[in-house]
Design a binder for this molecule. Structure first.
Ligand code: PHE
Length: 329
């Protein structure tokens, strides 16, 4: 019996050290450890031993069984972690998984570009609320009580007194109430209009307002600043024109058009902004002496400018949140 134990142990050592794959290891397991393997068969023989020998061989069998099992386990772990399956799953030559990076909305990018140009021209940035009072949105801006812009057609009214601002011009008033001249700022933000939605107009869009108030501010400075801006934004060779216009809060007033000629199509003038010299009534409304100070103001549509710059022909795409559009910028 002792000889048999030694034989099994020696053969097992030989077999296990020759193993080089999980498949071979499995063969060793079947030979020694499976239900009909060599080790369990010893325990079958154990039953037939004389009673006095049982304690001795019980101990020897168990020792053999444990050490065979332990060596088997150790070999299995080594095979799995080195040349085994776990290692084969990791192919370091494969390209990595790319995480998709988001980007800023094209309107945000345009707004930042506009802000940067005006910062370079000495303007600071100021903001006001999107829900406004009739007082700031119209009254202080010199709109007569019966002006058509107050009509339900254009304005989203919240109640008698409050509304969604229809332009960023009320922020001019808020700024002039807070800061005494000289002042020079731009005021970006969202505005709202109760208009039929189409490729050309949407119920919501963005504007950048500009205001400069000081002694001796002239219309020539207004023109110079806006021309400089247009060249920076659209390029040196941009074709522009100033056209007389009317706003209740500026006098005289003008609009600026940019020449747009899409490839293969006929060109035409497109309006990008309204501007003018701040009406003396507006200055007086905020207790700025209109005898001493003059100012200019302008308001431009960010969607319009973006459409012109990138050749986009439908304003609604800015608000659809369709990645196929947004990803292009
Ligand atoms: N608020 C005007 C608009 O929304 C634009 C404008 C701003 C015109 C400032 C003159 C001066 O159309």
């Amino acid at each position: 019996m002792d000889k048999k134990i030694t034989e099994i142990r020696e053969n097992f050592e030989k077999d296990i050290s020759a193993v080089s794959s999980l498949k071979e290891l499995e063969e060793v397991r079947i030979k020694y450890l499976s239900r009909k393997g060599l080790v369990p068969s010893l325990f079958e023989e154990f039953k037939t031993l004389p009673k006095e020998e049982k304690p001795k061989y019980g101990k020897l069998f168990n020792e053999l069984k444990n050490s065979v099992q332990n060596e088997f386990n150790a070999k299995k772990t080594t095979l799995e972690s080195s040349s085994g399956t776990a290692a084969r799953k990791l192919d370091i030559s494969l390209p990595g998984r790319r995480k998709k990076l988001g980007s800023k909305h094209i309107l945000t990018q345009t707004t930042e570009e506009i802000k940067n140009i005006f910062k370079g021209l000495g303007f600071s940035v100021f903001e006001g609320p999107e829900i406004e009072s009739d007082h700031y949105n119209f009254e202080m801006l010199n709109f007569p009580p019966d002006h058509p812009a107050r009509d339900m057609q254009d304005t989203f009214f919240i109640n008698e007194k409050f509304l969604m601002r229809t332009h960023t011009s009320p922020v001019q008033i808020r700024l002039m109430e807070k800061v005494k001249p000289p002042l020079r700022a731009i005021m970006p933000g969202r505005v709202f209009r109760n208009e039929a939605i189409s490729a050309k107009s949407y119920c919501l869009f963005h504007q950048v307002e500009g205001l400069y108030v000081d002694t001796d501010v002239t219309f020539a400075e207004l023109k110079g600043t806006l021309i400089q801006f247009a060249k920076n934004f659209f390029g040196k060779n941009v074709k522009y024109r100033f056209r007389p216009s009317f706003f209740p809060f500026t006098e005289p007033s003008a609009e600026v058009d940019i020449w747009w000629e899409p490839k293969g199509k006929e060109g035409r003038w497109l309006e990008i902004l309204g501007c003018g010299m701040v009406d003396p009534n507006v200055l007086n409304n905020v207790n700025i002496d209109s005898e001493k100070y003059t100012g200019y103001a302008f308001g431009m549509g960010i969607e319009r400018m973006t459409m012109l710059k990138y050749g986009i022909n439908d304003i609604r795409v800015f608000f659809d949140n369709d990645n196929r559009f947004l990803e292009q910028f």
